[in-house]
Design a protein around this ligand. Sequence first.
Ligand code: NAP
Length: 312
Amino acid sequence: MARKLIIIGSGPAGYTAAIYAARALMNPLVIAGYNHGGQLMLTTLVENFPGFSKGILGPELMQEMRLQAENLGAEIIDRDATKVDFSSRPFKIWVEDEMYEAWAVIVATGARPKWLKVKGEKEFVGRGVSTCAPCDAPFFKNKNVIVVGGGDSAMEEALELSKHVNSVTVVHRRDELRASKILQERAFKNPKINFKWSHVVTEIVGDKTVQGVYLKNLKTNDVYFFKCDGVFLAIGHEPNTEIFGGQLEMDEKGYIVARDFTRTSVEGVFVAGEATDYKYRQAISAAGDGCKAALDAINYVEELKAKGIIKD
Ligand code: NAP
């Protein structure tokens, strides 16, 4: 039998949607993914999620959200949705060869870190190349590392790394940062953090682990070897929306187009969090989106009931 609501994704958007939908007795199923919990699972202290005066660890916050959703009646499976068919109702969602049906769907699949796409990058993942300083910084005790990027993530990564490493060199392609002023100030004041302005990484080299990178100075076009033990990438994100290709309207970068807050191009399919939001990208804004998407999905299901399309 088709469910009233399936939520795909389990970051702050997905779990918040599940909390609201469960309280509305929608018996939501959350297809949480193998890497459930979203990007906060890869962070340490979260200082800007309201309600925690001393901050809260990202994984702990996600575990609390998950338990809250489960305690209220949400069902959660920790596998990836692999295919969807939104062309007829009820909607169909596959988890490998298992098929689920639902009258309403909330897409909350979030985003993932972007890669530089330079030689050596994929080869040295886990052997010196990382997209997660909080996860990997302790492995680089007293080493010298670089962080690529000039946004908030890059500054956060650099600051986190500085607690463990000997030195952090931020490699940024322009000569000014786009990070918020407070993070810039903290990074500039930190004696372990240096900057290579107007530089890009052209290749990552090493043996068993990373031994250095080739850097290009964009002002002079000089390319030279720079010795380092680790390369942390913080150059932004891309949405996890591939499985919705051809099903939902997306922009040129793959973000799902939302109208009227959470509605997608398919009536009954709603979107929340970083699968649509390339601008704010905060845990709290994703949670807020999840709340809105759930309220919209609940109303939509009520309308279907009122029309006699589905029974209680
Ligand atoms: P971002 O703001 O998009 O910054 C990405 C950085 O990487 C930019 O400096 C960009 O350079 C650089 N970059 C992109 N592609 C590159 C490439 N191929 N090669 C070299 N450099 C490249 O991404 P983000 O830092 O992940 O932040 C995303 C959003 O999350 C932002 O809205 C941010 O405010 C938010 N965020 C907030 C916090 C916080 O409040 N504590 C923490 C993390 C993230 P250009 O500057 O030249 O474009």
